[in-house]
Design a binder for this molecule. Structure first.
Ligand code: SAH
Ligand code: SF4
Length: 367
C-alpha cells in the first residue's frame, strides 16, 4: 500500500526543501533555519511554541503542513529497564518504538545509557519464522517523518521527565533500527531519516551511535556501502549455514550466504567499521556446536562482533530459547575461537527484540 499523508510533515524536509516549501508564500529562505531550530533543537510539540516566527508564516505553515505525523497512543513500561511507545499514524497504522535503559555498573539509573529502538515499516514482508513483526505481513512503509518523529516523541518524553538537563542535549545515547520492519526495504526514507538525525541542522546525533539492522538484502547493502554517513551495520544472521538459515529466514533463498557475506564484507571495508552479527539462539534450530563453529568462522573472516540473543518466545510461535548451560557452551566455542561476542542476559532486553508484539496485540483487540 502506498501511503500519502493529507499534509506533509515538516520533519521530512531538509532546510533547502523547507525553503522551497515556504517560498510560494513569499517567505525568505532564512526562515527555514528558524523552523529547523524549533523542530530539532527545541523539539516543540505545538505551532504556538514557535515564538520567533511571524504570525503569517506560522498560519501559512499550519494550513499546509503538520508537525508530528503520528501521535502517542500508549506508553507502557515493559520491564524494569524498557518502555514501549505505541504510535498511531494518520491512517490509524500502529508502530512501536522502544526505549531501553541499560543500567551502568556502579551508578544510579539516572545515568543509565539510553537506546531507542525505532521501526521502519508497519509490519514486515520478510516473514522470518520466529518474528512477531513478520506475523501479520507488511502493511506499508513509514515515511521519513514518521521515523524521525519516533525519536522526537521519546526525546521529548525524557526531557519532560528530566527538566534539569541543558536545553539542547539529546538525552539518548544510541539509535538502533531494530524495531518493526526491514529498514533496507524502505531504503530512501530510512536514509533520509538518518540524515536528519545526524545533520547539524537536524538532531545532530553522532552517526556512530546509529545502527541499522538488516535481514540481508544484498543489493541494498551494496548500495549502503556507498553512503557517506558513517553509521553502523548489524546483520541478522541467525543461521551459519544456508540449510539452517533458510529454514527460519525465507530471504536466505533469494540471497544465500555466499552472496550475503561478501556484500557485508564490502560494507565494512568501505566504512572501516566493525560489523555486528546478530544470532538469536533458538533451541534445536540453530544452537548446535556445529553452528557455533561455522558462526565463528564467518565472524572471524569478517572481523565482526557477535551478539548472541537468547530467543524470546512470541505468542503463537513454537520456538524457545535453549537453557543457560547450552547458551554458555555455544558462547564458549566463540570464546575459544577468540571471537568478540556478547550474550544478552538482562531480562529487560527481551522487549527490544520482541518489538512488534504490542502492536499485534492491539491490532487483534481492535479486530
Ligand atoms: N528487519 C531487520 C530489523 C528488525 S528485527 C532485521 O531483521 O534485522 C531486529 C532484530 O530482532 C533482528 O535481529 C531480529 O531477528 C530480532 N528478533 C526478532 N524477533 C525476535 C525474537 N522473538 N527474539 C529475539 N530476537 C528477535
Ligand atoms: Fe522482518 Fe526483521 Fe522480523 Fe525478519 S526479523 S520478519 S526481516 S522484522
Amino acid at each position: 500500500m502506498r501511503f500519502t499523508p493529507e499534509k506533509p510533515s515538516l520533519y521530512g524536509m531538509n532546510p533547502e526543501e523547507l525553503a522551497d516549501f515556504i517560498e510560494p508564500g513569499g517567505f525568505p529562505a532564512f526562515r527555514a533555519k528558524q523552523i529547523t531550530d524549533w523542530l530539532y533543537r527545541k523539539r516543540v510539540a505545538g505551532w504556538e511554541e514557535m515564538s520567533n516566527l511571524p504570525k503569517d508564516l506560522n498560519e501559512w505553515l499550519r494550513e499546509r503542513s503538520c508537525l508530528s505525523p503520528n501521535s502517542v497512543l500508549m506508553v507502557r513500561k515493559a520491564s524494569d529497564i524498557t518502555e514501549k511507545l505505541l504510535l498511531q499514524g494518520e491512517d490509524q497504522s500502529l508502530v512501536e518504538t522502544v526505549l531501553i535503559r541499560y543500567p551502568q555498573r556502579g551508578v544510579g539509573t539516572d545515568s543509565s545509557r539510553k537506546t531507542i529502538c525505532v521501526s521502519s515499516q508497519v509490519g514486515c514482508a520478510y516473514g522470518c519464522k520466529f518474528c512477531a513483526s513478520g506475523l501479520a505481513g507488511w502493511k506499508r512503509d513509514l515515511t521519513a517523518a514518521e521515523i524521525i518523529s519516533q525519536f522526537i516523541h521519546v526525546a521529548r518524553m525524557e526531557e519532560e521527565r528530566d527538566r534539569d538537563r541543558p536545553e539542547n542535549r539529546v538525552p539518548l545515547d544510541n539509535i538502533v533500527f531494530m524495531g518493526m520492519g526491514e529498514p533496507l526495504a524502505n531504503y530512501d526514507n530510512v536514509i533520509r531519516a538518518i540524515r536528519t538525525l545526524n545533520a547539524e541542522w537536524g538532531l545532530h546525533f553522532g552517526a556512530r551511535r546509529i545502527t541499522l539492522s538488516t535481514s540481508g538484502l544484498v543489493p541494498q547493502i551494496r548500495k549502503l556501502a556507498e553512503e557517506p554517513i558513517q553509521f553502523r551495520l548489524a546483520l541478522s544472521l541467525h543461521g551459519a549455514t544456508n540449510e539452517v538459515r533458510q529454514q527460519i529466514m525465507p530471504i536466505n533463498k533469494r540471497y544465500p550466504l555466499e552472496e550475503l557475506i561478501p556484500a557485508v564484507a564490502a560494507f565494512s571495508e568501505k566504512h572501516g567499521r566493525m560489523l555486528t552479527l546478530e544470532f538469536i539462539l533458538i533451541e534445536d534450530v540453530n544452537d548446535s556446536f556445529e553452528q557455533a563453529r561455522k558462526l565463528a568462522e564467518i565472524a572471524g573472516s569478517l572481523h565482526a562482533h557477535v551478539n548472541i540473543i537468547p530467543y524470546n518466545t512470541v505468542e503463537g510461535l513454537p520456538w524457545k530459547r535453549p537453557n543457560i548451560k547450552r547458551q554458555t557452551a555455544f558462547a564458549n566455542i566463540l570464546r575459544q575461537a577468540r571471537i568478540s561476542h556478547t550474550v544478552r542476559k538482562e531480562k529487560g532486553h527481551d522487549i527490544e527484540a520482541a518489538c512488534g508484539q504490542l502492536r499485534l496485540q492491539v491490532e487483534r483487540e481492535r479486530a
